[in-house]
Design a protein around this ligand. Sequence first.
Ligand code: FCB
Length: 404
Amino acid sequence: MSRERRFPEGFLWGCATAVHQVEGNNHNCDWSEFEQSGGILTGDSADPSCDHYRRFREDFRMLQRLHNNAHRFSIEWSRVEPAEGEFDRAQIEHYREVLTELKACGMLAMVTLHHFSSPLWFTHRGGWMASGAPEAWLAFVRKVAGELGDLVGMWCTLNEPNIYAYQGWITGEFPPGRRGDVVGLYRVLANMRDGHERAYRELKRITPGVPVGLAQNKWLLFPANRWNPLDQVLAGFSQFGLDRWPVGRSGPRRVVEATSDFVGLNHYRGSLVSALGRHCNSWWLAQTDFGWAVQPEWLRTCLEELAPLGKPVYVTESGMATKDDSKRVQFLEDVLGQVWQAIEHGVDVRGYLHWTSMDNFEWAHGYSMRFGLIEVDLETQKRTVKPSGELFRRIAKANALPAS
Ligand code: FCB
């Protein structure tokens, strides 16, 4: 007989966003410069935007109605520190209002301190590739922790170092738009690892009671030809996505063992990899508008791999790009069923933060990708909850999935 699938008491239900994707009018950062110089594949720029910078109150009230009890978002470094060492009091106050509003709406604030966008002054001195990058970012980290830490529920130091470095230094789809720069990739990852470890210690000193982790992207890679040892080696790189850091003084090691209170998992996709150059995108699996292959079970695979680490796990991003919301409805039902099963099998999953609340600026793909539970008309700024948003509301309210 089927039974209701309940989630643990206190489970976090929410959405994740990143400032540059939703706020609008954010021009003192590398992404804006990249957009202006024609770097975006669709030719879009983040403006017009969802105007969340001015509409955050209305947006949070909507999420409250959808029974979200947590919200992951980032604080824009280029607004808070527009020039090196100069902090903007009005912007700090803005984010204090944002955090205060989240609290008033009953949502725990999970704050990301770097989600892909960096101030121009930082990128013009070499960005995350340059020596001294971690120190430069840590000044911002300390400032935010000291000024706003009393309202923060959880810290995510960095978002997806592996994707950030790969897209910016190998494929060129993100600023600084470099291609095939393996040395750059290595230096970025080493600096980000150093930055994360030092930020962890600083945040524990300034806000000792607030859990600190980071959001790592796990992109599952499978060998296209199981008989080919090279394909097996390539597939092994998916190990580096999540709990290992492939660079640094002590070599690959599990960064979460020492310097994270929790593991943040971002998972979207899997791919077949082949040393013969046939990079097949597994056509036999469900596709999204992005062309990414998606299988709800893969989220459970990722979660179960994390169990031996013995740390609480949060799904810090999961979602699919589709203009057909009925696919998202199915995806949510399936993927949350997998999260529930992982919990049943002993994985300490404490929350699910869906990517994302509103359709927004999807980096190199501009406005062509729709990940939201809420549709936004960029002309009128009208927000409309989609059927997937309604489903999310029912599940979050019940803290359970209906009997299967
Ligand atoms: C992740 C990013 C997030 C969003 C989703 C679709 O890699 O962290 O900002 O763009 O992909």
